[in-house]
Ligand binder design. Structure first.
Ligand SMILES: *[C@@H]1O[C@H](CO)[C@@H](O)[C@H](O)[C@H]1NC(C)=O
Ligand SMILES: *[C@@H]1O[C@H](CO)[C@@H](O)[C@H](O)[C@H]1NC(C)=O
Length: 387
């Protein structure tokens, strides 16, 4: 009996002794935990400025039917970085319809940056910059100055899920300086621009980024669906592209970063578009395009080029003599379905390479027909041909 009594007492004493060192850090952590538990909802015409001002003090930011004033950015580029694993990251959530006022300026209309950021569109949410107010058929080449839509810049270990974007004035999503960004089920619907003067409405422009994964995207637009200008380890899969210029690498060259390495486009569809697959290396420039894969791509209703690979890009396709300063190596093109996909006035496969500048290509199960044979192909690797 006394022995048991003694043990119970010892356990009680031990628990008491342990209690205070455990409690102390909990008290010190409390303000930080409380701050992170704050969920903030912003809406209406003051929502954007209030959200920008409060981004460091809210754990969850809900943007509910925010009306962003003209000439301003919905700026979430200073979000609380959350690189410590001890916190559950809270998201930025778009609800209802987000709108933007009209002004001629460069934008961006939306900017999000940070580490371990989670961005989500709630069910039924829509980001609607009402781009038709700027559309004049000239895109970024002239006419009205049009704001770029979304800068997803300097995002690290972050995700963007379920955003529905409608009618951007010009380019939609710019991905730059990112390391570890996953974009899932994004829709960019600029279909109205087909008839109303939408131009240069690129879906995703990617530069100087690594580990970017875009899955399940739907893009209706009037320029490149995806354009990778530079970057490494980039994957686009399960996407649908319509109305635009297809799945592109480039143009590469003439920027500060001119290296494209390990980029994969797979299991995607390109329809009602000018091109299916296009790799553009700028003539006269220096850089590198290596380890690009196109696999499981289905093409239909392509008006100009089913597959276009060129080292003589010069602001436009197939301009003059190709050069060798941006070699295209370790390219894989496989399982491409495009029987009768190309208009008879278009070309099925066009390859114009500089001398010795296209090597180590793999080309298999490519069935792209309907168009003509291009007579100006040059330095085509022996694994394929332009027929
Ligand atoms: C070819 O691509 C299609 C379309 O993405 C895909 O469903 C199929 O599994 C692929 N076939 C092979 C052999 O990879
Ligand atoms: C050829 O390309 C493949 C990828 O497609 C790569 O794994 C391989 O290392 C390359 N070989 C040479 C000799 O560069």
């Amino acid at each position: 009996m006394p022995t048991i009594f003694g043990s119970v007492l010892l356990v009680a004493l031990a628990a008491g002794a342990l209690a205070s060192p455990v409690a102390e850090p909990a008290i010190t952590e409390a303000p930080s935990l409380a701050k992170r538990a704050t969920s903030c909802t912003f809406s209406g015409s003051t929502g954007a400025s209030k959200a920008s001002a409060s981004q460091k003090s809210c754990s969850t930011i809900i943007l509910s039917s925010v009306a962003v004033p003209s000439g301003t950015t919905l700026d979430l580029s200073d979000l609380e970085d959350d690189t410590t694993a001890s916190f559950i990251q809270s998201p930025v959530i778009f609800e209802g319809e987000t709108t933007w006022g009209y002004e001629e300026w460069d934008g961006p209309l939306l900017q999000i940056s940070g580490s371990s950021i989670t961005v989500k569109g709630a069910s039924g949410a829509k980001l609607n910059p009402d781009g038709a107010r700027w559309w004049d058929g000239e895109g970024s080449n002239g006419g009205k100055t049009k704001p770029k839509f979304f800068y997803a810049h300097d995002l690290t270990s972050s995700t963007i899920t379920d955003l529905y974007i409608e009618n951007t004035p010009v380019q939609a999503v710019s991905i730059n300086g990112c390391d570890g960004l996953t974009i899932t089920d994004m829709t960019i619907n600029n279909e109205a621009g087909d008839d109303e003067g939408g131009h240069n409405t690129d879906g995703f422009d990617i530069g100087s980024s690594t580990n970017v994964v875009i899955t399940g995207a739907t893009v209706y637009n009037q320029d490149d669906c995806v354009a990778v200008n530079s970057g490494t380890d980039i994957t686009f899969s399960g996407g649908v592209c319509s109305g635009g210029h297809g799945l592109s690498i480039g143009s590469v060259g003439g920027r500060s970063d001119n290296t494209v390495e390990t980029v994969t486009f797979k299991d995607s569809e390109v329809k009602d578009s000018v091109n299916g697959i296009r790799i553009k290396a700028s003539a006269g420039d220096i850089g590198e395009i290596t380890g690009v894969t196109y696999s499981g791509i289905t093409l239909s209703s392509i008006s100009k080029y089913g597959i276009l690979i060129e080292q003589n890009y010069d602001g436009g396709d197939l301009k003059g003599d190709p050069t060798s300063g941006i070699p295209i190596t370790d390219l894989t093109v496989e399982n491409i379905s495009g029987a009768d996909a190309v208009a008879s006035s278009g070309y099925d496969v066009v390859i114009v390479c500089g001398s010795g500048a296209c090597s180590n290509w793999t080309w298999s199960d490519v069935d792209v027909t309907g168009g003509s044979k291009y007579s100006g192909c040059e330095n085509v690797p022996s694994v394929t041909s332009c027929s």
